[in-house]
Write a protein that binds this ligand. Structure first.
Ligand SMILES: Cc1ncc(COP(=O)(O)O)c(C=O)c1O
Length: 495
């Protein structure tokens, strides 16, 4: 819907001391607002009655000013609707140049320069297979969400419109606590659950609360690039620790950075490889944290979607010493635009997290917390997860089948037990980055996994998101990808 413009909020005024007649002042003011671009083409001007009341003039003065604008083609009168800035002025209006001579901007200093250098993935206008991080939301979830949103809006009271607890609404914290105890074996009380805008904000809070400039931390190699960027931009030194088939190699971490203050990892479904952290490594990691007074930030970003029986319980559930900050999200379980997640925080750190949350953005939004709390409490969340597990499993299987049947000479495809993406590894030494750009030219989105490595020799492979696309889109896209890969995209075959 087209905006009606902002003329009602414009700072209209007249100069009584000025000898210029009032209709002329009104005309000149509107004309200059139009020419400077302050009022855009098509904007509705205030009614003559309103503007006269605001300026304390006779209505006739406003009408005379408007008539002059209409006569000169700046405005048009639409009977029954009002007076509007002419729509066909759009190309003539030029914004006033900034006052003073143009100066060459000074180069930015850190951290502004570092933030500005960070390469953010642009949201794709049209999402295509196999974009990662996408989810599907079916009609039942949409209907429940709509109903609960209406209900929440209708029942919002004065208390709900003001500031509330920075850690979130009690109802949502209780529901999440129940869910996390049952589904993820997280050990927590509702007061330990801090509502966030998602995993990323949970990680940012942990960085702010636990670390200072120059601290060393362990990160997975390969690993999630945004956590790495968040750490670096906070002045922290991430030390990449290799990941093997058992997950993060704790011994290697001890050798590389024994004095690290924290470890950031994805133990249930390592990003991007998908390997779970073995029990021996979990215990070794917790022992390291205990002995070195360090913390572990467990990013459990996608454990809802497990396809082969119950997933491994959380690392936090094994922790006896309050060393693990568990961060999770509803943005993957439901949809990324929701921006709701949670951190489960050890008791002694709670006041620090609550205050950091407060200073960062005061509190989570009340309305969507209310809706999400009811969505969980009434069982819609559990039902949604069950349905999506089934759907995503079928999508995963379709992708695996096609790539295995048609491209196994070049790709090794492992069907992950959980998560929303899989990795197809190249059997030969191929530049996955070249394949990434070649595939994009053919309309297929893949992510080269070599991009996620920091120090360890990179493997060549493609990260493919399967959760966000129905089978009827996965099947032709997978067939096209298989054809591209077997057709020699990304370099010559060396096998
Ligand atoms: C490993 C990992 N952690 C965190 C996030 C961010 O999650 P959220 O959208 O809840 O901030 C993502 C998103 O893709 C992710 O892949």
């Amino acid at each position: 819907m087209r905006s009606r413009g902002w003329a009602d909020l414009y700072g209209w005024k007249i100069e009584r001391a000025d000898a210029t007649p009032l209709p002329r002042q009104i005309y000149a003011q509107i004309r200059s607002a139009i020419l400077s671009g302050a009022l855009s083409a098509g904007s509705r001007l205030p009614s003559s009655r309103d503007l006269a009341a605001r300026l304390g003039t006779a209505r006739a003065s406003v009408i005379a000013g408007y008539e002059q604008l209409v006569a000169e083609g700046y405005a048009e009168a639409r009977p029954g609707s009002g007076t509007f800035v002419c729509a066909d002025l759009a190309n003539l209006i030029c914004r006033a140049p900034l006052a003073g001579p143009r100066r060459k901007p000074r180069p930015l200093r850190p951290p502004a320069r570092d933030f500005s250098d960070f390469e953010r993935a642009a949201p794709a206008p049209e999402e295509r297979p196999f974009t990662t991080g996408r989810t599907l939301v079916d009609a039942r979830t949409v209907a429940a969400w709509r109903k609960l949103t209406h209900l929440a809006v209708r029942s919002l009271g004065a208390d709900d419109l003001g500031y509330t607890d920075p850690c979130g609404l009690a109802g949502l914290r209780q529901s999440l606590c129940d869910y996390l105890r049952a589904a993820r074996a997280v050990r927590c009380e509702p007061r330990q659950v801090v509502i966030t805008a998602g995993t990323q904000q949970g990680i940012e809070l942990a960085i702010r609360v636990l670390l200072t400039t120059g601290d060393e931390v362990w990160v997975e190699d390969p690993g999630y690039p945004l956590t790495h960027a968040q750490l670096t931009l906070a002045g922290v030194r991430p030390r990449p620790v290799p990941v093997d088939e058992h997950g993060l190699d704790v011994d290697a971490g001890l050798q590389a950075a024994p004095r690290a203050r924290a470890a950031f990892l994805t133990p249930s479904h390592q990003f991007p490889t998908g390997v779970p952290l073995s029990m021996a490594r979990r215990l070794a990691l917790l022992a390291w944290a205990r002995e070195h007074d360090a913390f572990v930030v467990e990013d459990d970003y996608t454990s809802e979607f497990c396809y082969c029986g119950p997933p491994l319980a959380s690392l936090q559930g094994l922790d006896q010493d309050g060393r693990v900050i568990y961060v999770g999200t509803l943005n993957k379980a439901l949809f990324p635009g929701l921006r709701l997640g949670y951190a489960v925080v050890p008791e002694p750190l709670l006041p620090a997290f609550a205050n950091a949350r407060y200073l960062m953005d005061r509190q989570p939004p009340t309305l969507y917390q209310t809706v999400a709390a009811e969505f969980l409490r009434r069982g819609h969340f559990a039902a949604h997860i069950r349905r999506m597990r089934q759907l995503y499993r079928e999508q995963r299987d379709a992708l695996v089948d096609i790539l295995t049947n048609r491209a196994s000479e070049r790709l090794t495809v492992v069907a992950p037990d959980q998560g929303m993406h899989l990795v197809a590894y190249f059997r030969d030494a191929v530049s996955d980055v070249e394949v990434e750009s070649g595939a994009l030219r053919a309309g297929i989105v893949v992510r080269a996994i070599s991009r996620f490595y920091r120090g360890t020799a990179p493997r060549s492979g493609l990260m493919l998101g399967f959760s966000g696309f129905p089978r009827q889109r996965i099947i032709p896209a997978a067939a096209r990808l298989a054809a591209l890969v077997t057709g020699g995209i990304g370099g010559k075959r060396s096998l």
